[in-house]
Structure formats: structure tokens, C-alpha cells
Write a protein that binds this ligand. Sequence first.
Ligand SMILES: C[S@@+](CC[C@H](N)C(=O)[O-])C[C@H]1O[C@@H](n2cnc3c(N)ncnc32)[C@H](O)[C@@H]1O
Length: 362
Amino acid sequence: MTARKASNRDQNGGRNALAALARNGELFRGRVGLLGLPIAELPEVPLGASPLVITEHAGLATALEQRSDCQVRFGYQMTAGDQRTVDTLVIFVPKAREALDMQLALARFLLAENGQVLLVGEKREGIAGAARQLQALAPDTRKVDSARHCQVWVAGLAATETPFEPEQWLRWHEVECAGTRISVAGMPGIFSDGRLDEGTARLLESLAETPVQGPVLDFACGAGVIGAWLQAHSPNTGPIDGIDVQAQAVFCAHHTYQRNQASGRILASDSLPGELGRYQTIVTNPPFHSGVHTDTSMTEAFLSQVKQHLEPGGELRLVANRFLPYRELIEAQIGECNLLFQDSRFTVYQAFRGKPGRRRTR
Ligand SMILES: C[S@@+](CC[C@H](N)C(=O)[O-])C[C@H]1O[C@@H](n2cnc3c(N)ncnc32)[C@H](O)[C@@H]1O
């Protein structure tokens, strides 16, 4: 399957979920909340006054904020005013089981008295397991429909007085590479929670062996491990900005920077914002998944824009699974590519804007 098809397939999954909900409009009552809405479209069902839309995706949040018919929250930082304001909360099944635990805790904070949860998702996304998680909290959980590869489940869920604090879902792990140790924040749904990703480790080793110059941007920063580690290992590098599309990543990166006394802006953005400015170095362990499918389209988009955010002579340092076809793309967009590291699994690429490269592998 090509990358673009995988991306379309995920969009189709979102449309299927909305279509499955639209068949069940009679279930909706009162003010509706949509948690984890997968595409920037609202389902065609009665949504009540000013529905609340919660998304983890910065691009979707920006698109939805253009609409005047809903209130949008990016990520899990709610206001006290959000408590007990939703009568029907739709949860679109998240990829990570633990993320559903967190979302169910949020549901109990958002739901008003006699509120209900509608759980929707495709079989391949694990809707059956998700329904069992809901049932553990709400014994009256029942399946109400099966259509468009999706199932729809409904349950009454008891509201709670307890505030919902995303900090309660933070946990910490230690990461060590090339003799430098840092603490890294994690939370449900974030990339490589609880451990240092092997690709990231190869990138950090290359940064220890072949230093980079600041100012630095870490694109697709996840929990902020690269920026915090690099500042601890090479303090002269200076502040390192981070960008990520996912709310949990932005939240965790802030906390990782704070705990390790690292500095730099952490920005929520889908790909590189045009007004970003230029860096001497851009480092990245870029995304190659969309849902469960290999999808290089985000990284292709990044590579097509990265040159304009590098100073003349500035460096791109990128780690990727060896099977991914980035060398030609990097050479086409930036210039000749050095392979700083390669084994059977990973490649670390280096390219300079406007400079010929030297080939070196170890
Ligand atoms: C392979 S992970 C790397 C995370 C972190 N740099 C590390 O090494 O642990 C890729 C990251 O890309 C982020 N991402 C995916 N699509 C993105 C996009 N369009 N723009 C910015 N970040 C994106 C994901 O949220 C994820 O945190």
C-alpha cells in the first residue's frame, strides 16, 4: 500500500464513524461533546447548543476553530467551566487502550447528571476491547448498531465532582545515552511512552559523535527527549525549539523541558508553520505512521518545506527506519546526503543547505 492510500484509509475510517453515528441520531440528547473527533467535520445528528469538540490534533483544532458552531479544546486541559456541561459524550476509539482510560476519566468530569457515553469505532481499531473497558465502569453498556465497519455502543456514566487534571496522568522515566541521563515525561497515547525509542537513540548517539550548531529545531519532538537530552549533553547548543502536532506530546515536552531545565519554545503545529523562521540545525525522528499504517506523507511534506527553515549552510539531521525512502527525497530537496550511521534497521542522514555532502558510514 502506498503512503497516500494509507492516509486516505484513515480519513475513510473517520467518515465511517460519522456515518455510523448519523444512523443513530435518536440517541443524542442535550448538549453533545465529541472526544477525539477524527476529521474536521461534525456528525449530522442533533448536537445541542454549542457542542464541545476535543481533539489531540493541532491541525484539526485549527480547522475546527474556524467554525462558529462549536467550542474547541486542543488536548486535555479543560476549564472548571467545562465540568458537568455535556449530556451526550461521543468517544471515538483512540489507538492506545490507556488513552481510553484517560478519556473515560475526562468523560466523568464533563458529563452532567444522567449523562451518557456513545463509543464508536471500527473493528480494526479495537472497538470490541474498548467496549469492554467502558463496561467495566458502566455495567449497562450495550451495543446499539453495527454499520460501515463500525460499532456504536452506549452507556450511562456517573458524573464526578473530582476535577480532571492532565498532570495526574503524567509519569516519568529515565533515559540515558552517551553518558547523559535525563527524565522524560509520558502520558497515555504518546510516542514511545516509558522507553527511549531505538531510532531516537541512534540519533542521540550521532549528535554525541558529530555535534550540531544552534539554534536548533526538533521537528516532531514527541515528549521533548531530543531537545532536553541535547541541552544536557552539550549545553553550548543553546535553546532548542520543538514542534509536534499531538496535544500529549506538547504537554509532555513542556514538562520534560521544565524538569531538565531545558529551554526553547514548544509549539503545537501540523508540520512546519510558515512563519517559523530559520535554524542552523533541524533534527528529527519524523513520523511514519498514521494509525496502524506506514505513512510517509507527513515526512514528505516536512522535507518539501524544511529548506526554507534552514540558514544557508544549515544542517538537517534525520533518523529513520532503513526501509523508508528518504535519501532521494533529501537529496532532491536539500542537497547531497551523508549517512552518519546505518545498520540493518536505521539510517541517520545528514544534509546541509547549499553544501555538497561527504559520504561516511559506520
Ligand atoms: C517518531 S515520533 C518521534 C518523537 C520524538 N522526537 C522522539 O524521538 O521520541 C514522531 C512524532 O511526530 C509527531 N507528528 C506526527 N505528525 C506530525 C505532523 N504533521 N506535524 C508535527 N508532528 C507530527 C507525532 O505526534 C510524534 O510525536
